[in-house]
Design a protein around this ligand. Sequence first.
Ligand code: CP
Ligand code: NVA
Length: 313
Amino acid sequence: MRHFLTLSDFDRDELREMIDLAIEIKAQLKSGRLVPYMQNKTLAMIFEKSSTRTRVSFETGIYQLGGTGLFLSSRDIQLGRGEPMKDTARVVSRMVDMVMIRTFEQSKLEEFAHYSRVPVINGLTDSYHPVQLMTDYMTMLEYGKENPTVAYVGDGNNMAHSWLYLAAIMGFELRVATPRGYECDPDITAKAMELARKYGGELIFGNDPREAVEGCDVVTTDTWVSMGQEEEKEKRIADFQGFMVDSELFSLAKDDAIFLHCLPAYRGYEVSEEIFERFADVIFTEAENRLHAQKGIMVWLDREALASQGESE
Ligand code: CP
Ligand code: NVA
C-alpha cells in the first residue's frame, strides 16, 4: 500500500507521473471534460488544523473525479475527544477509499497510515507540506521554470522541508536563507542531502536572503508564524526582521524571475504588498493548481492501490 506522507516516499519518475497526470487532468477540465477516474470513491479529509485551499481543493477534486469527499474536523469527530489515531484509522479506512489528513506531528500521520487499509495523503504536518510542493513544481513548469534555481527565504519549517525534498529529488538548485535559530531540521536536512547526492539536486543553506536571491529564477517564502506557533508570534516577528521579500530584495533575482507563495500570505511580514500584487497572477494560479496537482496524486495512488489489491488476490 503506497501512501503520500512525504515526497521522499517516491522516486523522481513516480513524482513526474503524478505531475503528468495532473497536467493532463487540468487540460481535460479546461476543455470541459470531467473524466470519472475515481467514480463512487470516497475521500475522508481529517483536519486538526484550519484550511481554506486544502479543504476546497480536495473536496472539489474528488467530486470532479466522480467521487465524494467527507470533511471531518477533529472538533466534530471523536478524535478530538481522545479516540486514538490508530482506532480512527481502523474505522475510517474500512469505509472509505482514501484519506487525507492535516495534523501536527508527522508521527501521528505515520501512525494513521500504519493502521490504514487505504492510501493516506499528507495534507500538511508540522514537518512537511508535500501536496503544496507538487503544486509548486507544476506551477513552475507552467511558467517555464524547467530547471530553476529557487530561493526560499524565511522559516525552516514544513514548507522549507518539502522544498528540500522536491529540489533534491527533481534535481534543481535550492538556496535556503533562514534567520539564525530558525534553520531546517537537521535530520530532514541530512536526508535531503542524501537524496540530492542520489538525484543531482543542489541544496545551499545560509542566513543571508540577498545571497540566496541573487540571480535566481524563483523566489518563495512562507508565513513566519505557522499553525500551532501563535504564542511565539511576537518573538518571531522580531527575529525575522530583514527577511521580508520586498522589491529591493527581489530586484537581485533574474529579470524574468517569479514569486511563489503557498498562502495564506501576511503582507508586511514575509512579503511586501507590492511584490505580492505584482505576482498575483502566478500566486493564484499556484493556488488553483492545488486542485489539479492533488487529482494527479489521488488518481496515481488509487491506481497503485488497485494494482496491489490485484497482486494480493
Ligand atoms: N497552502 C495551504 O495549504 O493553504 P490552506 O492552509 O488554506 O489549506
Ligand atoms: N507553514 C504554514 C503553511 C500553511 C499552509 C503552516 O504550517 O501554518
